[in-house]
Design a protein around this ligand. Structure first.
Ligand SMILES: C[S@@+](CC[C@H](N)C(=O)[O-])C[C@H]1O[C@@H](n2cnc3c(N)ncnc32)[C@H](O)[C@@H]1O
Ligand code: SF4
Length: 459
């Protein structure tokens, strides 16, 4: 196997620091508390926007807790939990549609979780009916869902496809039995493959598998077997996440003993080996843990420089307003980020009182917008053009970012990127270390007046 990505131990040690994943800039911990009047005012200021929308609906429920999980979930076996939750979603959909007088075309809709397939068929039907009544759906609206393969059935996937779902993401994590037992997520390769085939048969595209490296008992050899079996299954897209292990914050993760985790060196070898295996098998390395087949929309969008990144990760849909619906969900429009209440109880109470649940957020300054643009270009395209920056902001990139450009010299010497009079281009292993490059442009890191946040390891 030829090796495309290799990083020396010296560089690994230097750049394996903790840093944000930049699904937003400014990153969520830098936002502040907001009240619902502010939420309403920001929506109002955006009410005539002509940009199409991307909708995100959060379903927080899971029947069982996987020990590694770092998501904000509500564990319950009570099916009534979703019956109780859906009316709040319907009210919020109404309020958001009501607040918008401009373009209501939906370019993208995504159900995330938790486990969205916790919902019953009739609950999906009522949400979709409400959305189709209050927003405008196009024939090519991308409608995606995250599915836990263990708790779905082929009939549910068929039903969802008939309802209009045309993108799917399956959580896989690792196919090794010992690893699966250690994280209490036992899922056969056969069941994953069966769901993939059902989805394909129903015309669903852009099928993604989530994997995690760094889980207990993983070894370079065991994970390479998982990777090779996944390559045989050939999903369209892959996310290979670094295990976020925060036992001090997440009590359930304490059942995972640190001595069972692969060493930092082994983890790094697992990551680099996986990247090389997927690339050798024909996948493109999109960046920040993501891969896609060349014919997949993500690869095409990256090639055309239209790829975008938001809370759902990489997306081919750029230039849209993101409206978040449900507990903890995030909206992003016209220079604002807003996050709904974190706790289900608070979300429900706020929606009953005012149909909105914005609890934290930020209004971007001009400086924030310029840095956000820069970070997005680097993380989505590994390239940025100074002329394009000038055309967007009427400001010279080299003048505005004089100090940051100086800081890049060290990264240039380390072979992470190249800079000329007109552009910056991330090269070779700089692609794996792109978070470190973005951090140079992050004005909030190390600011005395901002919280010290425990971000994850950059690699
Ligand atoms: C909301 S979950 C996926 C949907 C579904 N509930 C499932 O488990 O298949 C999204 C993904 O986040 C990833 N994830 C969850 N906890 C993680 C952690 N602590 N570190 C890294 N990735 C994690 C997993 O890969 C998971 O598939
Ligand atoms: S990994 Fe998925 S199914 Fe498991 S607890 Fe997290 S959200 Fe729920």
């Amino acid at each position: 196997m030829s090796s495309m990505f290799h990083i020396s131990d010296e560089l690994l040690e230097k750049y394996a620091i903790i840093g944000p994943r930049y699904t937003s800039y400014p990153t969520a911990p830098m936002w502040h508390d907001i009240d619902r009047e502010t939420h309403r005012a920001w929506l109002k200021a955006n009410s005539n926007n002509e940009q199409a929308v991307s909708l995100y609906i959060h379903i927080p429920f899971c029947r069982d807790r996987c020990l590694y999980c770092g998501c904000n979930v509500t564990i319950t076996r009570q099916q009534s939990a979703s019956a109780d939750y859906v009316p709040y979603l319907l009210s919020e959909i109404d309020a958001l549609a009501e607040s918008r007088h401009g373009n209501k075309t939906v370019k993208q809709l995504h159900f995330g979780g938790g486990t969205p397939n916790f919902l019953l068929d009739e609950e999906f039907q009522s949400i979709m009916a409400q959305l189709r009544e209050r927003f405008d759906f196009a024939d090519d609206t991308e409608i995606g869902i995250e599915i836990d393969p263990c708790s779905t059935r082929p009939q549910q996937i068929e039903f969802l496809a008939e309802l209009g779902i045309n993108r799917l993401s399956l959580g896989v994590q690792d196919l090794d039995e010992k690893v699966q037992n250690a994280v209490q997520r036992v899922q056969s390769a056969e069941i994953t493959l069966e769901h993939l085939k059902t989805a394909r048969k129903k015309g669903i595209k852009g099928i993604n598998f989530d994997l995690i490296y760094g889980l207990p008992f993983q070894t370079v050899e065991s994970f390479s077997k998982t990777v090779d079996r996944i390559i045989d299954m050939k999903p369209d897209r892959l996310a290979v996440y670094n295990f976020g292990y925060l036992p001090e914050r997440m009590i359930h993760q304490r059942k995972i003993k640190p001595e069972t985790l692969p060493s930092p060196k082994a983890k790094m070898t697992i990551l680099l080996d996986s990247i090389n295996r997927f690339c050798n098998a024909g996948y493109n390395y999109i960046g920040m843990d993501h891969f896609a087949l060349p014919e997949d929309e993500l690869s095409i969008a990256q090639e055309n420089r239209t790829l975008h990144r938001n809370f759902m990760g990489y997306t081919p849909k750029s230039g849209v307003d993101l409206l978040g619906i449900g507990v903890t969900s995030i909206s992003e429009f016209n220079g604002h980020f807003i996050q709904n209440a974190h706790k289900l109880k608070n979300y429900k109470q706020q929606i009953s009182e005012s149909n909105l649940s914005g609890s934290r957020g930020i209004e971007l300054s001009d400086d924030d917008r310029m840095r956000k643009w820069t970070i997005l270009k680097l993380i989505c395209h590994f390239y940025l053009d100074f002329k394009e920056f000038y055309e967007s902001f009427g400001v010279s990139f080299p003048d505005y970012f004089k100090a940051e450009i100086k800081q890049l010299d060290e990264l240039i010497d380390d072979g992470l990127l190249i800079r000329d009079a007109a552009s910056i281009r991330v090269i070779d292993h700089g692609k794996i270390l792109v978070r470190n490059i973005c951090m140079v442009f992050d004005a909030y890191l190390n600011r005395e007046d901002k919280p010290r946040v425990k971000f994850s390891q950059t690699i």
